[in-house]
Write a protein of this length. Sequence first.
Length: 449
Amino acid sequence: MSEPQAQSPPSNPAPPGAPEHKPAGKPSQKSMTKAERRELQEKQRAAKAALKAQGIQPGSTAAGSSKAQKSAQAASKKGGSGDAGAAKQGAVATRGDASHGDEASGKRGPRIFTHFGLPKPLGHTVKGDIHPAVVRLGLMFSEFRICGANARCIATLTAFKSVIQDYTTPSHSTLSRHLMTHLSPQITHLVSARPMSVSMGNAIRQLKLEISNSDIDMIEQDAKDLLCQKIDNYIRDRIIYADEVIQDFAGKKIKNGDVILTYARSSVVEKVLLRAKAEGKDFSVIVVDSRPLLEGKALLKSLTSGENPIRCTYALLPALASLLPEVTTVFIGAHSIYSNGAVYSRAGTALVSMMAKQRNVPVVVCCETYKFSDGVLVDAFGKNELAPVRTVQPHGKVPTPVSTPGLEVLNPLYDLTPPKYITAVVTEVGLIPPSSISSIPLALGKSIV
């Protein structure tokens, strides 16, 4: 008679590496009620939010997973019933992050200003088939090495000429269709470096129109040469020649003995002043400047150098009120101009225009028609751009505040001047009052849809 076995092994032993049975007291999710499962999920989400606020990526490694579980348990115990403690911790972390922004997402400043465009570093953001000329241009945009609407537009079109010349149409496709697809990532890359200006948008739309109208029966190299020629014509007609016509129109407003005030730096206004001086007119210029870019310094250097320098006075924006009694005319540039006559320009332009209008000093805006936008803008809050922190570093020994964990420096680049503070807008089609800006498309031979 055989002896009975003390213990028999289980009929279905667990295979090696299988998870152990959960101890009693920790029921599986299948045995939980819907309310218990919801409570567990809320605890886990709150714990992950707390870990993310501390800079820990939940679930990235096994150690991270165990830390997440421990933090979840600690958060649930600390919060008492429910996940109030973890949620409170996550909310505090969120408020702390919102006060000084998320550098990874390219947003800075208080949360109310997070929709403002901010240049982002492009060292590791090159995605897709991006031409080297576009990559180089994007870096220069993000570092503010190229500023001004005209300079940015010319640089963009010049880079696109290199893109077009190096482009090869794939088989079973046409240049007029596939080149548009090839340009899209190039444009996206530039926009990621810095928000697109109105002038760049108008130029790119014109280029796309020329591409779509390309003859499909033309030899590819001839078609590319023709597109590059049209780009050169656009730069020549809409920027270079337009500036020359504006110089003639605006120069007639400068008389001997005048005191001209200008703000920041506009390439068109700079050409107007230099042309008037070359014509032998005797006048002086007051250059008003402000942080963060201090562009007036470059304008001051241009006006006072050379064989025939202009007498200039340099001052910062707070000194404007004491300088206006001597001013006869204000000349300012424009980043863009909208159909309601509002002028979108460097931040501080609106203040200069309003104070000049109060003293009955005429305000003249010099702007090419390719900067015209058929939209309507009523303030500079819905659309703006922030200067990066590196552009507000100390100049010499003058201290400049920089962002710290307890202080956020906010530097909007543009403001909006209402049309009632503008006397006239000088374009290549003539002097136009702000109330008639919407007639610019008709003056260019375009129909209003």
